[in-house]
Design a protein. Structure first.
Length: 72
């Protein structure tokens, strides 16, 4: 799986669930959590690549823009 590559860091996120089966016509929700290590405000781009049982690929593009938030 490829991940967005911020200017300062690189981390490979792990999708949840990482192994699943989808019936024909079915759907599957996949959650990818990313943790920003700095609030650069710049976009980073990458993709999550899923490999099927027939060795086919599904690419899910990602765009991430870490921003600073005020603590309450």
């Amino acid at each position: 799986m490829a991940a967005p590559t911020p200017a300062a860091t690189h981390e490979d996120p792990e999708p949840n669930p990482c192994i699943f089966e989808v019936a024909p016509g079915g759907t599957q929700e996949v959650v990818v959590e990313l943790t920003a290590t700095s609030a650069s405000g710049a976009f980073s781009f990458g993709e999550v690549v899923l490999t099927g049982s027939l060795d086919h690929l599904v690419r899910l593009p990602l765009a991430v823009r870490p921003l600073a938030i005020a603590a309450e």
